[in-house]
Design a protein around this ligand. Sequence first.
Ligand code: HEM
Length: 526
Amino acid sequence: VRCQSTSVEKPKEKRNIIDKASNLLTNLLSGGSMGNMPIAEGAVTDLFDRPLFFSLYDWFIEHGSVYKLAFGPKSFVVVSDPIVARHILRENAFSYDKGVLAEILKPIMGKGLIPADLDTWKQRRRVITPGFHSLFLEAMIKVFSKCTERTISKFENYTVGDENIEVDLEAEFSNLALDIIGLGVFNYDFGSVTKESPVIKAVYGTLFEAEHRSTFYIPYWNLPLAKWIVPRQRKFHADLKVINDCLDELINNAKETRQEADVEKLQQRDYSSLEDASLLRFLVDMRGVDVDDRQLRDDLMTMLIAGHETTAAVLTWSIFLLAQNPFKMKKAQAEVDSVLDEKGFTMESIKKLEYIRLIIVEALRLYPQPPLLIRRALKPDKLPGGYKGEEEGYEIPTGTDIFISVYNLHRSPYFWDKPNEFEPERFLVPKTNEGIEGWAGFDPERSPGAMYPNEIISDFAFLPFGGGPRKCVGDQFALLESTIALAMLLQKFDVELRGSADDVELVTGATIHTKYGLWCKIRRRA
Ligand code: HEM
């Protein structure tokens, strides 16, 4: 963008200089309190030797729950404190935007909810949230089970008797999650569990590029002509076109069969007889919202990307953890055997699958997706003193980039017993605040009726879907989907890792995934 700047943009440059000067002044006037913030000096090797969130954890233990990470001239404030996270995500949410994340994702998601400017976000969030109503979620239960059945049948076709077969479950979960998000969000059957297609290839190509951009620190794709000259950028734009054409066609079809109705009426439709229960149908049919096709496409693309790899990763890590804990695997299978019958899944049966639900949330605790939430201060702010009861929090100047390390919060020795151990049962034990001022402890009563532990119950010590106004819109969709997929797999198969757990190397972009796949041996259960 800087390379493209023209004389017309000069006033903006001037504003940037003024902004920077005023930030400096704010820093000085605030008694240098941001200056007192502990500083971790990152080396370039920290970026490449291992996933960054590991180093952020080590620095958290060394420097405390709010510290500044400096990479040469660039710095980030790293937050690993529930009280400070609550402030940024909920209490003062609109003083922050998505900063560098929005810059990376805008070329892919346009004005979708994640990178959208505040005005667009407010309009679209108001319209999209009601789409995830209870009858929609119930209708999705059928979609989740049908898609998982396809995965199970595929495995059953590979296996004979009780012999082992080897499969990369991460890749299989990725296909499954893609099929589910396609059907649930825009009623399109990718069929990726059983076949390949240009659209599927384009989706994976785009995801791969999104991943690459979130780990590559020089945004060369913004350079003029990059999209024509750099081969991977050419491919990326070609992939994007394939997906956009596909989404445009789906939007056209939905608009041609539009049946306008008020939100309440839409939410009370007889979902059991609807041929198309998708979110797109809901968004198009909503009365009084004449949204342009481009915005709808951005919304769909955002949900496709936000809801695909994340869910696949939860399933991957749930299996990884269970495979190392055969006793817990057996316990989960015993629960599934006692709950599931021929009638298949209902909301009631999912409520009875308590252990499976806890496995899913424990996997999200140990492997949060994404491991970092990214924010940038739009105006000066003052953070609260954290759980250690610092008298004064730090002043945050405009433009400060912040990483809320969900990974650190979820493995914090100050908030969890044996934080690195896989203990789904831990969520059944209420935890008092144990004298931690400003943190309300862990209490299920704070969110009565919630089927899964969440950020409210844990007062922001557990943030699997973020919190505050920008919290994930698809949280219940994803949780139900993962519960059903995991239960169905465990009902039919015993799973072991092919090698040792140490061989499963981690890599991160937007999500935490494996370097070479999650290769497992699966065997039909007797
Ligand atoms: C936002 C996690 C599944 C759509 C978020 C955020 C998190 C998250 C942590 C907040 C990001 C932030 O504050 O910066 C997850 C996880 C999932 C999942 C772990 C699966 C286990 C889904 C699904 C959908 C979805 C299935 C859609 C069908 C979105 C959208 C946002 C979002 C649109 C942006 C919300 C906004 O800014 O208003 N997700 N998500 N997610 N998620 Fe999810």
